[in-house]
Design a protein. Structure first.
Length: 166
């Protein structure tokens, strides 16, 4: 007799859809990088807001939602940090551009630079990023990407200063 899996609720389905970046996280190649592509239009939207305080509030909100969404998705997938869960990448890409001039963020090469910096720091997991993954559930899934994005933000500002663009 086959054991049937309990059906997922609508909330579970929406959670999985968000967590996987509308399915981009299921990419067979580099799911984190492919999923993080949603972070580019998100960055553009967030950086259109002239108020830094409002930008930060939105980023904090994305983090808070991400902790819950990633936690639930990980439980549904019965894994600690499933590779297909990419909300953490999506939600943290805009952090790389914090305090970057809005006209610079509109330039494709600057968006690409920030995206690459985010991916490099997320993939290399410089200290203490690797340790933060050990935090429980969605907190660990999200927090390591926040710190990677903050490293990317620092690198972005150094590069922009060296190029005399900031």
């Amino acid at each position: 007799m086959a054991v049937s899996m309990p059906s997922r609720t609508l909330t579970d389905q929406v959670c999985l859809l968000l967590a996987t970046g509308l399915g981009l996280g299921y990419s067979p190649v580099a799911p984190g990088t492919v999923g993080a592509l949603w972070g580019i239009p998100l960055t553009w939207l967030v950086m259109q807001i002239p108020s830094l305080a409002t930008q930060i509030l939105i980023l904090v909100g994305l983090y808070a939602v991400g902790v819950a969404v990633c936690d639930r998705a990980a439980k549904l997938m019965d894994q600690k940090d499933p590779g297909s869960v990419v909300w953490d990448e999506i939600a943290t890409v805009p952090l790389v551009f914090l305090l970057v001039n809005q006209t610079l963020v509109a330039r494709p090469e600057i968006l690409l630079l920030g995206f690459v910096l985010h991916r490099v720091f997320d993939i290399t997991k410089l200290p203490p990023i690797h340790r933060l993954e050990r935090l429980p559930g969605g907190l660990g899934i999200m927090t390591d990407d926040v710190v990677a994005a903050l490293y990317g933000c620092c690198a972005m500002h150094v590069i922009l200063l060296l190029l005399r663009l900031n």
